[in-house]
Design a binder for this molecule. Structure first.
Ligand SMILES: C[S@@+](CC[C@H](N)C(=O)[O-])C[C@H]1O[C@@H](n2cnc3c(N)ncnc32)[C@H](O)[C@@H]1O
Length: 218
């Protein structure tokens, strides 16, 4: 199996077309971001942002006074994201090349400002990070303010009568280097305030979007 770095290097420029975005995966980002209830002026981190497919929705949600910070390991994916940012003329989207499993406040330089970000989203990325996912999630939540909103959108095998499509879903995940059994939203469920966690399942249960709040300050 090739490393994420190689897979999302050579394939970066075809990612938006070949990743099943329109037919399948866009639904997860739309549902997840809507459920975050972001406000004008919020600062949101997009962990493993790839080519920036979340950016239009995030930018709309936080407005010109907010900010989007996209973090990814692959400079090729970030190049595509950068072109998207330029095309739209977004002055408040920052891109950072970093290994998510080694994040700390210094990784973001001046992008974060005081007090930490208001929100974090990660879509279809933690399942690709595999054994680095826990460290990445811990590092990224460490960049947030108390009470911040977190959303994890990722994949599992389809459920119920949609199990018929499991081989297809497994193939799509294998091609993207994702571990379909990872269920990385459990990282959020483990730290979110009990009662704040909301879960949506889409596309026959293949896509799971979990949103929750971190504990506030004591
Ligand atoms: C399937 S793509 C998802 C991209 C984007 N979030 C989306 O929804 O389209 C997975 C992304 O995770 C990135 N990635 C994998 N391992 C990483 C790591 N350790 N640190 C940062 N990014 C990583 C890859 O470069 C790739 O862009």
């Amino acid at each position: 199996m090739s490393s994420p770095f190689r897979r999302y290097g050579l394939g970066a420029r075809w990612y938006d077309v070949l990743s099943g975005e329109r037919a399948v995966y866009r639904a997860g980002r739309v549902a997840g971001i809507a459920d975050m209830h972001l406000s004008d002026g919020d600062v949101v981190i997009d962990l493993g942002c790839g080519t920036g497919l979340n950016f239009p929705l995030l930018h709309d949600a936080v407005g010109a006074s907010g900010a989007v910070i996209g973090i990814d390991l692959s400079t090729d994916m970030l190049d595509v994201a950068r072109r998207r940012v330029r095309r739209h003329g977004w002055a408040n989207v920052r891109l950072i090349a970093a290994d998510a499993s080694r994040l700390d406040a210094s990784s973001l330089g001046s992008a974060l400002g005081d007090g930490g970000a208001d929100a974090l989203i990660t879509t279809y990325a933690l399942s690709v990070m595999r054994e680095g996912a826990s460290a990445a999630f811990a590092g990224a939540t460490g960049l947030l303010r108390p009470g911040a909103t977190v959303c994890v959108v990722d994949m599992q095998p389809p459920t119920g009568r949609w199990r018929l499509f499991s081989p297809l879903a497994r193939l799509a995940c294998a091609l993207g280097g994702a571990d379909i059994a990872a269920r990385p939203w459990r990282l959020l469920e483990a730290v979110a305030v009990p009662g704040s966690v909301r879960r949506q399942e889409l596309r026959g249960g293949h896509i799971v979007a979990v949103t929750g709040s971190l504990p506030g300050s004591a």
